[in-house]
Ligand binder design. Sequence first.
Ligand code: ZN
Length: 267
Amino acid sequence: MKYAIISDIHANLEALTAVMDRCRKEGVEKYVCLGDIVGYNANPRDCLKIVRTIDLVGVVKGNHDEYVSSMDEEMLGFNQHAKQAVLWTKNQLNTEERSWLSKLPMKQTVRGTNITIVHATLDSPASWGYIFDVHHAMDNFSYQFTPLCFCGHSHVPIGFCKKSFTGSNSLLVEEVQEWKAERTEANADKEDLDPVIPIQKGWKYLINIGSVGQPRNKDPRASFAIYDTEANTVTRLRIEYDVATAQKKIREAGLPDRLATRLERGN
Ligand code: ZN
């Protein structure tokens, strides 16, 4: 079975459509969504519609989903651009759509799988913290009771593994370096293989899969992952999409220009 794990779509219809096309080609059967379906980009309703029609076996709430569907006007931690986009998005959605978003769980164990999902962190999902290093990962692992946990929120792919119980090494958490596969000037024209994490028995994995609709790892391509339960691998795919159209729509909607320019830089 192939599961596609998608996160931080952020109302980017062009990116989401490109990802869906690729999923069909890859033979994906089920989908898992890690939240932030809306916010920042110009197509919240279309993206919601797609997410709600695919075979979704798990979905959790992101902070943007929370703010567009609640009375929270403070939006702690949000800059002016993010706030502006939330208020714009609120007006685009109807009551039923906002209510659907407001009822999403903060974390979830996906039924029939070995996967837990959360937008931010398992130890404190409603605080919207970020996982950037082994210390954050360690906190998360204490609350992770399945071999696999997928998260989003930072829009920056990062992966950690925790070795199986081996006496004194039982607390050892390591970053999976290959997962980042950062694009630099030196490797930009080299063959670009998709990063893969082979899932080993007895180990735990915490994997941020990057963002579909607003990547921030200096690689503007849409990022998502496929978990193949037969091959026992998690693979991260990077997809080119029509950035120019997504930018045009942001500007036409009157959303902050920075939200358009950042898409081509992936920052
Ligand atoms: Zn996000």
